[in-house]
Design a protein. Structure first.
Length: 206
């Protein structure tokens, strides 16, 4: 069994559509953040044998050279690295942060202080569990927002303590700033494009 993890359900449909009915591969939506990712993956791995884990989804760009839709990866497994490179992904240093990097200024600081190329919020926890269990693992992420752009909203203000989105807060925030709807729609379209690019790489490897 191979396990493909996504943080949120919006990241998974493009992969599921392209992969089709793929025997021997399971898809798991873990929830956002390290704690949710670790809990979900540990529970799954305790329930059935797995030989390989992918931790996938969107990432914010920190390297200004990374365009939206660029697929990057990080793994210590040389065979996986070769297969991902052949599939069109680029090796990168991926930072696992505790909050969404919202502004270009924030991304610039992260780039300067960590040297990372991209940032997300779950993979370090999943990689840690896999190291503990001696399972090969690869982080495979796609750039949904580039280093030089701000997100239309500060999503950190819209999550509950369990890292689920508070739709009431989201609705109220949009009601107070309806001019941001256009930016949100553009981000949604960008994420759909990014998810397709990520799926195309994953189906070549898995």
């Amino acid at each position: 069994m191979k396990l493909v993890c996504f943080a949120v359900k919006e990241e998974a449909p493009a992969y599921r559509k392209q992969a089709g009915a793929h025997s021997g591969v399971a898809t798991l939506v873990t929830g956002m953040g390290r704690k949710n990712a670790e809990t979900a993956v540990r529970h799954f791995l305790a329930s059935q044998p797995v030989e390989l884990v992918f931790t996938c989804g969107f990432a914010g760009g920190l390297d200004p050279q990374l365009a939206a839709g660029a697929v990057v990866f990080e793994t210590t497994d040389t065979d996986l690295a070769a297969r991902l490179t052949a599939a069109g992904a680029t090796p990168a240093r991926i930072l696992c942060a505790d909050r969404v990097a919202v502004t270009a200024a924030e991304k610039s600081v992260l780039r300067k202080t960590t040297g990372a190329d991209a940032v997300e919020m779950e993979s370090a926890a999943i990689q840690s569990v896999c190291r503990e269990l001696t399972l090969p693992c690869a982080t495979v992420r796609v750039i949904s927002d580039t280093a030089g752009e701000d997100l239309p909203l500060d999503f950190n203000q819209l999550y509950r303590p369990d890292m689920t989105l508070d739709f009431g807060k989201l609705g109220w925030t949009i009601a107070k700033a309806p001019w941001k709807i256009g930016g949100l729609l553009r981000l949604q379209k960008r994420c759909q494009f990014a998810a397709e690019r990520l799926a195309a790489v994953l189906v070549r490897v898995i």
